[in-house]
Design a protein around this ligand. Structure first.
Ligand SMILES: *Cc1c(COP(=O)(O)O)cnc(C)c1O
Length: 382
């Protein structure tokens, strides 16, 4: 099987699994307990926190473990909204956010908050002046993702963060897709809060983290036994945390190497597809994109049929983000970059990993050429 859907989830690293095993078996202690077994877990959680913090240039005290990217986004956005509701009720986000951000904003909209959804340009990049223009005296939070989960475009987070800072507004970024793929540093990005998820970087599922800058107080949205400095109470998922920590350590260690390798393979894939399939196009900015993301549209084709045919050949890809592919609605992201519905439906996302090989990429190009031609031969749109 050739797996090119790493933006949906990624394979757990064997090094990560090995590191987790003892905490799934003999080291099962609750890290809040005072005896030796509990202390073993506490120590493992502390060490993992250092590794996670180190990947994003944060202090370990600024890392809060959560159940993943979705929960981190919820805690960040609702947490700031609730704690600052007496100061203002306006939040700025973008129309290309992950549902974990968009749906949270929609929920807040029904509960007295006002949300501005800034658009993107046709290359999938947010225009900074739109963000500036959206600011009002009651703006309390800007939340804009670092890299888009569908088309892989990388947003000008440093600049947006600078604007937020100048205006005394908190800035959150969903960095689930960018962490571990490109350099992410909370200080140079000027962010106050940042969401991460383990399973997108070869760690286990169901674990992630929220970075909250020192001194920033947010209201907790769940209440309980006081773990994670009361921001995310509940008995720690020790094996998950250990695995996530290891995944971060590996991501940091191999970042340069993986970036170079994935960028090369991504560009081979893009070149191969665009040269060999007529009326095929790349969606999103050609350079300001994740090293592992290639997103195409093919005239006269249904992405869904393409996906199913590729599946029969043992190739796993995506027509959109996994989270929205169940619905027949054309992707909001593709609509926002100006694609007509028919072009949106003819789009395909191929997301690579550090384990993707040149041979796999060449194989996928060959299969794509063949499948696109076959589908066009029977297509009423072509
Ligand atoms: C996958 C993803 C999420 C959700 O993370 P989970 O850990 O699956 O909850 C949030 N934001 C982005 C950009 C993602 O790609």
């Amino acid at each position: 099987m050739i797996y090119l859907d790493n933006s949906a989830t990624s394979k757990i690293d064997s090094e990560v699994l090995n590191e987790m095993m003892p905490y799934l078996t003999e080291n099962f202690g609750n890290s809040s307990t005072p005896y030796s077994l509990g202390k073993i877990s506490k120590k493992a959680v502390d060490e993992a926190r250092i590794k996670v913090a180190s990947l994003i240039g944060a202090n370990p005290k600024e890392i809060y473990f959560t159940s993943g990217g979705t929960e981190s986004d919820n805690i960040a956005i609702k947490g700031v909204a609730y704690s600052l509701k007496n100061k203002g009720n306006h939040i700025i986000t973008s129309i290309i956010e992950h549902p974990a951000v968009l749906e949270t904003c929609k929920y807040l909209e029904k509960n007295g908050f006002s949300i501005t959804y800034v658009p993107v340009q046709n290359d999938g990049i947010i225009n900074i002046s739109e963000v500036k223009r959206a600011i009002t005296p009651s703006t309390i939070l800007i939340t804009i993702m670092h890299a888009n989960s569908e088309i892989g475009t990388i947003q000008p987070i440093e600049e947006i963060g600078k604007i937020a800072k100048e205006n005394g507004i908190y800035f959150h970024t969903d960095a689930v897709q960018s962490v571990g793929k490109i350099p992410v540093d909370v200080d140079s990005l000027n962010v106050d809060l940042l969401s991460m998820s383990s399973h997108k970087i070869h760690g286990p599922k169901g674990i992630g983290a929220l970075y909250i800058r020192k001194g920033l107080k947010i209201s907790p949205i769940i209440h309980g036994g006081g773990q994670e400095q009361n921001i995310r109470p509940g008995t720690e998922n020790v094996p998950g945390i250990v695995g996530f920590g290891k995944a971060c350590e590996i991501a940091k260690r191999d970042l340069e190497k993986n970036m170079v390798q994935m960028t090369f393979l991504r560009d081979e894939l893009i070149k191969g597809v665009l040269q060999n399939i007529k009326e095929s196009y790349l969606n999103g900015h050609p350079e300001k994109r994740l090293p592992n993301n290639a997103h195409f549209r093919f005239t006269g084709i249904e992405g869904e049929s393409l996906l199913l045919r590729l599946n029969l050949k043992g190739i796993a890809v995506s027509t959109g983000s996994a989270c929205s592919s169940k619905s027949l609605e054309p992707s909001k992201v593709l609509k926002s970059i100006g694609l007509e519905n028919v072009d949106s439906h003819g789009s395909l996302r191929l997301s690579l990993s550090k384990d993707t090989t040149l041979k796999e990429v060449q194989q996928v190009i060959l299969e794509l050429v063949e499948v696109v031609e076959k589908l066009r031969n029977i297509s009423a749109l072509w």
